[in-house]
Design a protein around this ligand. Structure first.
Ligand code: ZN
Length: 138
């Protein structure tokens, strides 16, 4: 069995930002040489998410509005977590959007459903953060 590991680094210019990472994951898959297997992609930080959905800008705005209704960033003092930090909202938003995705690899390609793409969702940005890509298979 082959095993491949890579960290992808991101530094979002905003507090919250959705970054399309399917091309990066495809490059990892190519490097791995795996034709049949599984690909795990996970955020390595507890205030960021990796999720799969449509690559459509309106939907991405909707995600952000929806999350902001569920867990508004401000006022900061509404969260018990905030004291030394101001990212209580980001931890909650990450929990809703999830930590990771797993995609099947078939015939050397990510075996997506219609319109599926992989995104990194920065929820407390403006610093360097990582995504782990782990690929196993033959
Ligand atoms: Zn925190």
């Amino acid at each position: 069995m082959k095993s491949y590991r890579k960290e992808l680094w991101f530094k979002a210019s905003k507090r919250r930002q959705i970054i399309h990472i399917t091309p990066d994951v495809n490059e990892c898959l190519r490097e791995s040489g795996v034709k049949e297997g599984l690909c795990l992609v996970n955020a390595m930080h507890i205030t960021a998410s990796v999720f799969i959905n449509d690559n459509e800008g309106g939907l991405h705005q909707d995600f952000d509005k929806w999350l902001e209704k569920l867990a508004p960033e401000k006022p900061y003092d509404q969260y018990a977590h905030n004291g030394f930090e101001d990212n209580g909202d980001a931890h909650l938003k990450r929990t809703i959007m999830g930590r990771e995705v797993v995609v099947a690899i078939t015939n050397g390609k990510l075996d997506f459903g219609p319109w599926e793409e992989i995104f990194y969702y920065e929820l407390d940005g403006m610093r360097d953060k990582r995504v782990l890509v782990k690929i196993i298979g033959e």
